[in-house]
Ligand binder design. Structure first.
Ligand code: GLC
Length: 749
């Protein structure tokens, strides 16, 4: 390709406008006259869903055979940046092999409610965890010179009416919960592209939301990549151009290209805005074509094995009474549930992969002595099948232990719709309870993309959250359940006891197209810990076949300015007899605040692999953002001077070690004093408050004698909530003019 400025100078308006929309469902447009090729994009996020024409069948397309890696609900549960990065590297190689320029992922919308049908494809309820995993996946994929498309930007946290719904989110909630992961992907991930969401955000479609796509993403975060629309997300294409939407997908068959040309010709749209979008499309095309390596090998079997390895580290051990797990090879175990033969390992919709291979648990257990199988229930029905149930009970009675493999069927969760409840199919719930009545040694393995209610949780001794762990799921399940691999996953979301306990249970889905995020920053564990609302399993929960001890939590500061960085170290020892991996979780807990803040927020995690008896040190570095909240007064990150708990936790609810640090906020929130400013607010600004004390002292000593100094509390105790205008109650000695002079003096210090 010629240099981009040269190409732009040679292109007609029509040619430039044509670049601003797709050629078809999956390609950018070429400009043959100037030798500009088109490039292909494909889903994502956890496998390559590349569509191709079916030879000999015009118009018929199918997706190629590919590898389905653990979906995001599963891979995020690894709490392992390196594992996610390795998955990204493999995905990048697949894209190179197939000539795909951009993997349409990661999908990082925050899990506002467990009801969201697409939660399987999203990462977590926590913005810090989402950001870390997004950066890891982006860097992994892009390390192979293939782009990513961070989606869906922003606040697409429901499927219900997703193409018209207006996510109404206050400024602080946006900044603290729904934007940080995108900020990380832009600033640290350097994602080649972003994908704007379908929904409106605070009244404006994301695809034409200048505040979002330009003022925030580019002007504030310095993002230099391309923004494409979600498929069919464009409302007013002409408005989207200056807003920062570079590429409409899929093709609008020239209709919107013509709209752009007409708008420029009629003076409603600047050609410079068109040029800027066209330039970003050209840069994407140039970037990929310069590094395309179609000869990149793709060993699907090797990727299958990698998917199995990764999935094993994502599984979350939630219960293991009396060491029921792992099963001993040869032990008599009745495996019950059709999912053990026909596993659910991915979700429905645009991320659905045409797998070249699937390994079920029963495939993986082939030849394992002592194992029996009973179907137990039918995946395609919620109704109990008496014969299947009876067969399962018989199998359970005849075995030492029983493993029930259950989960959500495809019909219960998918892109395109939200769930209405958190229940598993009735036939499965009934079967767990029936089996636990005939065999006391029951373990449950779950295949689900989002939290479910577990009415039988107290009837069983073992529980593993398997999530939707990709096509090699059976290999991973066998490795963990039969003890080859020590489980090390942690829940990246809270599992509530019931739907009514969830933070947005009264408002989720919205009324018509108004989806008000009225729970504010209190999403997930931020809500449950603040409310002291019991949950089934907390964010960050997960166990191991070994045990770990924590000691020697130490900080390099006990007092600091918010401009300093805090180094946190803690020692972790494997006190058991098996090698294992521990996820060390660091939370910051403000002891007090002027604003409503969560009890604690995740600000660090490290996964340590430890041999029996081995001790390692987890090290964290915290900067200002770890202590700050978003101030709607200063419209920036603000650290309030105070004491913060540095907490090392096993979950959002279990603090193991904690130590305080005092942080001094060096940037006071600006205060413009007026007659209505109250005394208590002034007291936070010593120089201003000193002027008030002096004025009050003078008012109290009318004869002008040197007013004895009065203390802060002399003023505060008068009435800390009194506005300055009440000073006029001092009669002739204070009037609006004198008060105005005092206020001017306060605003100068
Ligand atoms: C879908 C999804 C998006 C996907 C795109 C292309 O509607 O929302 O995530 O990348 O269309 O399939």
């Amino acid at each position: 390709m010629k240099p981009i400025p040269e190409l732009l100078s040679e292109m007609t308006l029509e040619e430039k406008a044509s670049l601003l929309s797709g050629d078809d469902v999956w390609h950018t447009k070429a400009v043959e006259r100037l030798g500009i090729p088109r490039v292909m994009v494909s889903d994502g996020p956890h496998g390559l869903r590349k569509e191709e024409d079916v030879p000999g069948q015009p118009g018929v397309r199918e997706t190629i055979k590919a590898v389905c890696f653990p979906t995001a609900c599963s891979s995020t549960a690894s709490f392992d940046r390196d594992a996610v990065r390795r998955m990204g590297e493999a995905l990048g190689e697949e894209c190179q092999h197939e000539g795909v320029a951009v993997n349409l992922g990661p999908a990082i919308n925050i899990k506002r409610s467990p009801l969201c049908g697409r939660n399987f494809e999203y990462m977590t309820e926590d913005p810090f965890l989402a950001g870390e995993m997004a950066v890891s996946l982006v860097q992994g994929i892009q390390s192979r010179d293939v782009g990513t498309s961070v989606k869906h930007f922003a606040c697409n946290s429901q499927e219900h009416r997703r193409m018209s719904s207006d996510s109404t989110v206050d400024e602080r909630t946006l900044r603290e919960i729904y934007l940080p992961a995108y900020e990380a992907a832009a600033k640290r991930g350097k994602a080649w592209t972003f994908m704007c969401s379908y929904n409106r955000l605070n009244g404006e479609y994301a695809s034409q939301n200048k505040r979002l796509l330009t003022e925030l993403l580019r002007d504030e975060w310095g993002y230099e990549g391309l923004v494409m629309s979600d498929w069919g997300a464009v409302s007013d294409r002409v408005k989207g151009v200056p807003a920062g939407l570079d590429l409409e997908m899929p093709s609008s068959h020239g209709v919107n290209d013509a709209e752009i040309v007409r708008a420029v010709r009629e003076g409603r749209l600047s050609e410079k805005d068109v040029d800027r979008c066209a330039e970003r499309v050209l840069r994407l095309v140039e970037r990929f074509t310069a590094t395309a390596r179609p000869d990149t090998p793709w060993d699907l079997d090797a990727h299958h094995a990698l998917a199995a390895e990764l999935a094993a580290d994502c599984m979350v051990l939630l219960k293991n009474e009396g060491g029921l797990l792992p099963f001993a090879p040869g032990e008599k175990v009745a495996v019950i549930g059709e999912f053990a033969e026909k596993p659910r390992f991915q979700g429905g919709g645009s991320s659905h992969i045409n797998c070249h291979q699937v390994t079920s648990l029963m495939d993986a257990l082939e030849g394992m002595p002592g194992v029996t199988y009973a179907q137990g229930y039918r995946i395609d029905s919620d109704e109990a099948d008496e014969a299947l149930a009876a067969e399962a009970l018989a199998a359970a009675k005849a075995a030492d232990k029983a493993l029930l493999v259950i989960g959500l069927p495809e019909r219960d969760e998918s892109e395109g719709f939200d769930r209405k409840h958190l229940r598993l199919p009735a036939n499965q719930n009934a079967l767990v309870e029936a089996v636990s009545r005939v065999n006391p040694n029951v373990a449950v393995l779950l295949y689900n993309g989002a939290p479910v209610e577990m009415p039988w949780v107290n009837c069983i001794r073992g529980l593993v959250e398997g999530y939707l762990a990709g096509q090699a799921v059976g290999l991973a399940n066998k490795a963990v359940l039969w003890g080859e691999v020590n489980p090390s996953g942690r829940l990246p979301e809270s599992f509530p006891l019931r739907l009514e306990d969830t933070p947005c249970s009264l408002s989720y889905g919205g009324e018509g197209d108004r989806a008000v995020y009225s729970e504010g920053v209190f999403v997930g564990y931020r809500y449950y810990t603040a409310k002291k609302q019991p949950v089934l399993f907390p964010f960050g929960a997960g166990g191991s076949y070994t045990t770990f001890a924590y000691s020697n939590l130490r900080l390099n500061h006990t007092e600091m300015d918010d401009t300093d960085t805090l180094r946190v170290e803690v020692d972790v020892t494997n006190t058991g007899s098996r090698p294992g991996k521990e996820v060390v979780q660091l939370y910051v807990a403000p002891h007090e605040s002027r604003v409503f803040r969560p009890v604690r927020e995740l600000k660090g995690f490290e996964k340590l692999s430890l041999a029996p008896g081995e001790t390692k040190t987890a090290v964290f570095t915290l900067d200002k953002r770890a202590f700050a909240y978003w101030s709607v007064e200063t419209h920036g990150w603000f650290v309030e001077t105070g004491v913060f708990g540095i907490e090392i936790c096993r979950s959002a609810e279990e603090v193991i070690l904690s130590t305080p640090v005092t942080v001094r906020g060096t940037v006071p929130a600006p205060l413009t004093v007026t007659e209505d400013t109250i005394v208590e607010d002034l007291a936070r600004y010593p120089a201003k408050f000193a002027l008030l004390k002096k004025a009050v002292a003078a008012l109290k000593n009318p004869d002008g004698a040197e007013a004895e100094a009065i203390g802060d509390n002399d003023v505060l105790d008068m009435d800390r909530y009194a506005p300055l205008r009440t000073l006029i109650a001092f009669g002739e000695r204070m009037d609006h003019q004198r008060l105005g002079e005092l206020i001017d003096a306060m605003n100068r210090v």
